[in-house]
Write a protein that binds this ligand. Sequence first.
Ligand SMILES: C[S@@+](CC[C@H](N)C(=O)[O-])C[C@H]1O[C@@H](n2cnc3c(N)ncnc32)[C@H](O)[C@@H]1O
Length: 383
Amino acid sequence: MERKANIFVIAAPEISNILHEEIRALGFGNTTAHRLGVQLYGSLADCMYLNLNLRTANKVLWEAGRFRASTPDQLYQKAFQLTWEDEISLDGYFNIDSYVRVESITDTRFANLKLKDAIVDRFVKKQGKRPNTGPEKDKARIYMHWSDQECILYYDTSGAPIAKHGYRKMPGKAPMLESLAAAVLLESKWDQKAPLVNPMCGSGTLAIEAALLASNTAPGIFRSNFGFMHLASFNQDQWERMVEVAKKRVKPVTATILASDLSALAIQTAKANAEFAGMDKYIQFEECDFRESTVPKEPGVVILNPEYGERLGEVEQLTDTYKQIGDWFKQKCQGYKGYIFTGNRELAKNIGLRTKRKIPFYNGSIECRLLEYELYAGSKKDK
Ligand SMILES: C[S@@+](CC[C@H](N)C(=O)[O-])C[C@H]1O[C@@H](n2cnc3c(N)ncnc32)[C@H](O)[C@@H]1O
């Protein structure tokens, strides 16, 4: 019978509600959103489906077992009882990663070593041989979350994080993580029909994610390796069928998607990335200052991710840029919903328009905001 267990889908801080909606829209019930992810229950096939389709997730973890433990020896004894041979092949290879906050452990590597010993000793006892282990991260992966006295062990079915969607071959300057760009778009409630204008597009992440969303392209189709592929119950035919179904669901994009940037290199990078994702046919690229970007008459959504400025000189220069964005929004984007994604709240004040919403996000460890503006004539604060 197919094994079912708890699934924990990890998200970046502030994204779990968006991820929760995404998971529910894929047809999963009995889901619970936590601060750093969403909990549900299912099979390895469910994990495969989530890995293939989720846009805003970081990892899909599938529970191997949980227990109470407060010392390394208790960890060893309890982990030894779990039936690892169900999913780890004798001739396979696995790697262990962990988050450990336990008084008796000062070095996480020691906890990892104890867990590794428990697993391989079990193999030796039951089968006389053991799988290989080590630092390679592109095979089977086990993740331990051990906090206070609760230890949860998971198969990491993603392997490398699925927050990267695999089409970005050229990074560009300060690129947004793909899952973050997808979350920003989902939060904007863009209807995938109205125009989407993305000046300052950099490596093109927001525009490419918009095209992937509107064309119903599953982000996982760009990847050839996932953690689940190295588990014993992985069924290659089932996976290929899943990918085929996902490919059949792809539809043409009808919305106008415009991406522009002042930098010729950025446009070249964005075009190459869009081409790799197969989305270049849906995006119109322009090399220009944001104020010269084409804004279709029919109103839609305009999103900018300007630099935040880390050094003083940059901040002074950017003060002007942020002011100009506010003016351009007001003069050229009337009827649009405007969004600015920034990690610098002081700079954002220079936009000078009344924000409708300020949605918190994290870009890595930087606290950011997605600022939403309703752009109708005369929306300047001082009017
Ligand atoms: C933070 S990056 C955008 C990163 C992008 N979201 C990505 O995922 O790659 C900001 C971009 O704004 C562009 N830029 C700066 N000033 C500009 C201006 N006045 N007009 C148009 N683009 C500008 C830069 O060339 C840079 O590519």
